[in-house]
Ligand binder design. Structure first.
Ligand SMILES: [Zn+2]
Length: 337
């Protein structure tokens, strides 16, 4: 179904030159699941009511709030808003939700690259997850952000070592871009990872901002081609190497964010998109985790201590396990006589 949907959307994408909605799935059999595509200002949008029907969700509009729900899932959007709440997890969208002639619209790229990999992980390409690269951000001459005596480079390394230990105990082969207080350049980190050809790359960082009240967790994956990073409206037209793994990255980012936020009492600042070099140029599914704000007293104290470091490492390891199980290659059925 997914391949069919994509093919038809791609064909229609070429044909649609005006704000005239067109159906894909012209046959009677497909009309039940047909989603109308509309091009506005060169961005392709889908009718949210059709998306709801495609997934078998009920759709409710209450003022600016749009809710899609089923027995198992609840998605909440805001008209003009650029985030979606998917089963309690904040998720940044490439384009704002908008209305057109009374219809709520969701961008095609958000449907394909954000929503669908989370709701239908069966559409993510199957592969074995065995080799994992962990990248503790900064190091050596580069302390990263610093608050009092707490340096980001130290927290990143401490949590990375805990995560490496957990993953090795679960049977993964783990490589690290550094295991001590040294400074590999960003190029060295990416090149070393790409040589290893890992099944997964995780970069760990801590955040900082001028407002000490801001706390919480952010998880990043590379901005998809044709969409804008979460902190900008400037569209990245060309793909980066990590865009070969947009579906994998969306699933991973969502589940790492979900598990971290539920394990640690801090704010959910959302799964986001940005082309940080280490998660743009790595040729593997790759995620960058901002584990908390060192400029916030609660996050800083937590991240300096073993309990939160262990909760963080465990939450990430559990999300990796969930990812591994979701993409595990299908084993051929045993022959029956
Ligand atoms: Zn950092």
């Amino acid at each position: 179904m997914q391949r069919t949907v994509r093919t038809i959307i791609a064909i229609l994408a070429c044909l649609l030159m005006s704000a005239q909605p067109a159906l894909y799935g012209q046959s009677a059999a497909n009309k039940q699941k047909a989603i109308r595509v509309l091009t506005l200002n060169r961005v392709q949008f889908l009718y949210m009511e059709d998306v709801a029907r495609f997934y078998g969700f009920k759709m409710a509009v209450n003022g600016k709030t749009i809710t899609l729900s089923s027995k198992y899932s609840r998605l909440v959007f805001t008209n003009d808003g650029r985030t979606a709440n998917i089963n309690t997890v904040e998720q940044y969208l490439a384009f704002s939700i908008r209305t057109y002639q009374g219809h709520v619209l969701l961008s095609l790229i958000d449907f394909q690259k954000v929503i669908d990999p989370i709701l239908r992980p069966g559409t993510i390409p199957r592969h074995v997850v065995r080799k994992i690269v962990i990248d503790p951000g900064h190091g050596g001459k580069d302390p990263g952000c610093q608050s009092g005596v707490v340096k980001e480079k130290d927290v990143n390394l401490q949590v990375s070592l805990r995560l490496a230990d957990l993953l090795r105990k679960r049977g993964y082969t783990v490589y690290m871009t550094r295991q001590s207080d040294i400074f590999p350049t960003l190029d060295q980190r990416v090149n070393a990872a790409n040589k290893i050809k890992p099944d997964l790359y995780i970069s760990l960082h801590c955040n900082a901002t001028a407002n000490p009240a801001i706390d919480g967790i952010e998880v990043y994956c590379a901005t998809a081609a044709g969409s804008a990073p979460s902190d900008s409206k400037v569209i990245s037209a060309k793909p980066c190497p990590a865009n070969a793994y947009d579906l994998e990255n969306a699933f991973l980012a969502y589940h790492i964010q979900k598990r971290l936020v539920s394990a640690i009492r801090t704010s959910d600042r959302g799964a986001r998109h940005k082309r940080f070099k280490v998660i743009a140029d790595t040729t593997a599914p790759c995620i960058l985790v901002e584990m908390g704000f060192l400029t916030n007293a609660g996050d800083r104290q937590g991240l300096s201590h073993s309990q939160r470091q262990m909760l963080t490492a465990t939450a990430i390891a559990n999300a990796i396990e969930e990812y591994k199980n979701a993409v595990v290659p299908k084993t051929p059925r045993a022959a029956t006589n």
